[in-house]
Design a protein around this ligand. Structure first.
Ligand code: PLP
Length: 439
């Protein structure tokens, strides 16, 4: 039987389609609709969408390792040896060597007894919180925590109380409440070390002090700190000498480590419990050997002299922005969704790819452009970006009729050529030059 006419006539299906279209239309009205676009360049300092090449400030490849020859070679070699896919979950089919080697390396890097690799950072957080906390427990969560931490907390069924962002006094208030009202509960504190959309650092010393004082357990998400902060890129907890006091250390392999996947690191019992209880680990096909081998190669580079050089360059690039971010994320808060979309479009016309971050990723009224730096960036390009940003946030009075071609620095006309965008004013000097040999 032909299913197409059935699909068209089925009233339930029509109502469902109608609901989908209405929801999408609502998102469009709120300037919150998102769309996928196709890029045809390797991860690096440039992106190319629909034939247009731009400087890439959207990637979390902070050390520029995603396309590093050693990382790519490790992935290729592992694919040849182990195939493209793992075939089943590890409890069913066993652990391929690259995963075991990577977990040993992560445990050594984090100075913990053991580590466990998941298919993504998202799966690591949701799996860990769902496995560790129960409905009898309490989770105190920084209000700006990443969605995977919020979702993991919800999956656990625990009582959740968000505390004001980076506010130890408010956290302590909640700890007192938890100890009074939920005497038998285990209390978990959950936070990020470098916040993904704000780029600021958690007051980790205070949080660890409170955790110890109130007998709580800390899950720290170092997704945006690993590779960037600490000795050999071990993260903020290492930088502050606090790592040994944190029970559950989480991170991702898909950002500074240039690959894909996530991990939890901690005691042997923690990891064994996750193997037995974390549903996103148990009920999911193991990540391909290629991503584990790539992450291993990236970890070696990250912890070695090349990693140190790349971090030094990254710090130099961060110093070019105002204010200089403590890690590699520089938010430019704009406010309304539509203004942020316009700002992203303006930046695109100037040759920069900067994502417009809107709710629900960030709170309403705080939509922003998120600048993500990488050691692969050219300092000249970052300087030009830094010069362009203030004018995008508070646009200069245009001196010509076409806002599409106005220089963000002085307001004179811009001239677009094949490999560059140049300001017509003789005194301004604003120009964006692409390396044409790269595309
Ligand atoms: C703070 C934080 N934790 C976890 C994740 C999830 O990591 P992954 O992208 O590897 O799933 C992200 C991703 O953006 C993140 O920003």
């Amino acid at each position: 039987m032909d299913s197409a006419p059935f699909a068209v006539k089925n009233p339930c299906r029509l109502m469902f389609e109608d609901h989908l279209q209405k929801t999408l239309a609502d998102l469009e009205t709120q300037h919150r609709r998102r769309r996928l676009f196709v890029s045809d360049l390797a991860t690096g300092p440039l992106v190319r969408f629909e034939g247009k090449t731009r400087h890439n400030f959207a990637s979390n490849d902070y050390l520029g390792l995603a396309a590093h020859p050693q990382v790519v070679a490790a992935a290729l070699e592992a694919t040849r040896e182990f195939g493209a896919g793992a075939g089943a979950s590890r409890l069913v089919i066993g652990t391929q060597r690259p995963h075991r080697e990577l977990e040993e390396k992560i445990a050594t890097f984090k100075n913990t007894a053991a580590a466990l690799v998941f298919g993504s950072g998202y799966a690591s957080s949701t799996g860990a919180l769902q496995a560790l906390a129960t409905k009898n427990d309490v989770i105190l969560l920084d209000k700006l925590s990443h969605a995977c931490l919020v979702d993991g907390a919800r999956l656990s069924g625990a009582t959740i109380r968000p505390f004001h962002h980076n506010d130890p006094a408010h956290l302590e208030h909640h700890l007192q409440w938890a100890r009074e009202k939920h005497r038998q509960a285990r209390v978990f504190i959950v936070t990020e070390s470098v916040f993904s959309m704000d780029g600021d650092l958690a007051p980790l010393r205070d949080i660890v002090g409170l955790k110890d004082r109130y007998g709580a357990v800390l899950l720290l998400d170092e997704a945006h700190a690993v590779g960037v902060l600490g000795r050999g890129g071990r993260g903020l907890a290492d930088q502050l000498g606090l790592a040994h006091r944190i029970e559950v250390q989480m991170g991702t392999l898909g950002k500074a480590l240039g690959s894909s996947g996530g991990y939890l690191a901690g005691s042997r019992a923690l990891i064994d419990l996750l193997v037995n209880r974390a549903r996103s680990f148990i009920f999911s096909t193991a990540p391909p050997a290629a991503t584990a081998a790539a992450a291993s190669a990236a970890l070696d580079l990250c912890a070695g002299p090349e990693g140190d050089q790349r971090r030094a360059k990254l710090r130099g690039l961060a110093a070019l922005l105002d204010p200089a971010p403590p890690a590699a994320i520089h938010p430019v808060i704009i406010g309304r969704e539509e203004d942020t979309l316009q700002a992203a479009e303006q930046m695109a016309r100037l040759g920069f790819h900067l994502p417009a971050i809107r709710p629900p990723t960030v709170p309403a009224g705080t939509s922003r452009l998120r600048v993500s730096l990488s050691a692969a960036h050219d300092p000249e390009v970052v300087r030009t970006l830094a010069a362009a940003l203030p004018a995008i946030v508070a646009p200069a009075t245009p001196q010509n009729d076409n806002p599409d071609t106005v220089c963000p620095v002085c307001g004179a006309a811009l001239i677009s050529e094949k490999c560059k965008v140049v300001c017509r004013s003789a005194t301004c000097g604003y120009r964006i030059v692409f390396n044409c040999s790269e595309f």
